[in-house]
Design a protein around this ligand. Structure first.
Ligand code: AMP
Ligand code: GLY
Length: 432
């Protein structure tokens, strides 16, 4: 069978790489793909981004199913379009994707269904927003309602920063329509984790737990980014916490959407904040997999993933049991010069080591032209190491990175530090 993955990042490279391992799969198209997907002979880049043109291609080529990576095509309704043409696709409809594409929708939904999340109010009026900030004080969090490619959230430590964020979004329209309304919410302290599941409309299948590192610099300093590294499993997600998140957050979300007449299908990603007492709250929903979380998660997943996605599309996820590599997978993002502001493009990338049994490098912002690999985006590569402990997985990843270079390459040296700071370097049970 032939498959299609929509997107061009590290997440999509990892998904396509995993799907292509199936003996049933002849070829995985990646639209538009990147330099890494161009180099892999089991994958083929497809220079089409228009959803209707993609649907035409899928019909002509008799693609068995399509898997969508990023939020933008989902929010634009690619799943609605494919389904209306009778094509198999895994992802949420435009209506279901509102859980990610509108923070106000997600917050109001959580409130209606008593799903734990930070207290909030939504504003379109500048004066009312400023007054609310003064009443609440700092620290406080300001979020653009719409999709803003990771630039829509300001965690303000002072009221001055908070007022500036409201002005930036509501008065100066720096984020366009996405910032025409803002959610202002309570600051939550604690540790974050990514909780990602597959949903077939009714049944929920949890993927392995993971944790991302959103800040640019070591020790979680510097500006927010799309994610500078991730590992799986996340020791903070104990079996008890896992059960609680399913019971209090994931299942009420899927059931709540169903009650409101919006059947949820696709990946559902709850960004969690876990407080010092171990209580989880929902920071946000994403209607897709995480990037870079997907890279270590796919590196640990065993078995034929094409069959899992087929079951998800068929609505029979209750019959699927996933098996995970017991090892920890730890991925470090290598970013371009000046990421995240205005990353430089066109730097030549040297010597990416071949995949081994315990390391694999996924591409994101890379382009292959005339046999030469160059940088073409902010997050360039994600180098994943696999080993029996977080510390050893970290060593494998950083040893691999030592063999890679490009001008301006920047990366964090401390990916996995939260897991290492816990008392025991946890061995996994192969189930999470
Ligand atoms: P979001 O896109 O909503 O996940 O926000 C991006 C990042 O901002 C999160 O990963 C958190 O690090 C931080 N953040 C968001 N909401 C809050 C909150 N209520 N309290 C503290 N930090 C937050
Ligand atoms: N790594 C965070 C995200 O994918 O949203």
């Amino acid at each position: 069978m032939k498959l299609l993955v929509v997107g061009s990042g590290g997440r999509e490279h990892a998904l396509a790489w995993k799907l292509a391992q199936s003996p049933r799969v002849q070829l995985v198209y990646v639209a538009p793909g990147n330099g890494g997907t161009a180099q892999d002979e089991r994958l083929r880049n497809l220079n089409i981004t228009d959803p209707a043109a993609l649907a035409d291609f899928v019909e002509q080529e008799q693609i068995a199913f399509t898997l969508v990576g990023p939020e933008a095509p989902l929010a634009a309704g690619i799943v609605n379009l494919f389904r209306s043409r009778g094509l198999k696709i895994f992802g949420p409809t435009k209506e279901a994707a509102q859980l990610e594409s509108s923070k106000d929708f997600a917050k109001a939904f959580m409130k209606r269904h008593a799903i734990p999340t930070a207290e909030y109010e939504t504003f379109a009026d500048v004066a009312a927003a400023h007054a609310y900030l003064d009443a609440k004080g700092a620290p406080i969090v300001i979020k653009a309602d719409g999709l803003a490619a990771g630039k829509g959230v300001v965690v303000a430590q002072t009221l001055e920063e908070a007022h500036a964020a409201v002005d930036m979004m509501l008065s100066d329209n720096k984020l366009g329509d996405a910032g025409a309304r803002v959610v202002i919410e309570e600051f939550l302290a604690g540790e974050e984790a990514s909780f990602i599941v597959m949903v077939d409309g009714k049944h929920v299948l949890a993927l392995a737990s993971s944790q991302d590192h959103k800040r640019l610099l070591d020790g979680d300093q510097g500006p927010n980014t799309g994610g500078m590294g991730a590992y799986s499993p996340a020791p903070i997600v104990t079996p008890q916490l896992h059960a609680r998140v399913m019971r209090e957050i994931i299942l009420p979300t899927v059931r709540g959407m169903e009650k409101e007449g919006i059947r949820y299908t696709g990946f559902l990603y709850a960004g969690l904040m876990i407080d010092a007492q171990g209580n989880p709250k929902t920071l946000e929903f994403n209607c897709r997999m995480g990037d870079p979380e997907t890279q270590p998660i796919m590196a640990r997943l065993k078995g034929d993933y094409s069959k899992v996605v087929e079951q998800a599309i068929a609505g029979t996820l209750d019959t699927v049991e996933l098996e995970w590599d017991r090892r920890t997978a730890l991925g470090v993002v290598l970013a371009a010069y000046n990421y995240p502001d205005t990353p430089r493009k066109g730097d030549r990338i040297n010597d990416i080591p071949a995949e081994t049994a315990d390391s694999v490098t996924f591409h994101a912002g890379t382009t292959l032209a005339d046999g030469k690999l160059t940088t073409s985006g902010g997050r360039v590569l994600c180098v994943v190491g696999l080993a029996d402990s977080v510390r050893s997985a970290q060593s494998v990843a950083y040893e691999t990175i030592n063999q890679i270079s490009f001008d301006g390459m920047q990366y964090r040296r401390d990916i996995g530090y939260r897991a290492l700071n816990r008392k025991h370097d946890v061995k996994t049970d192969g189930k999470h």
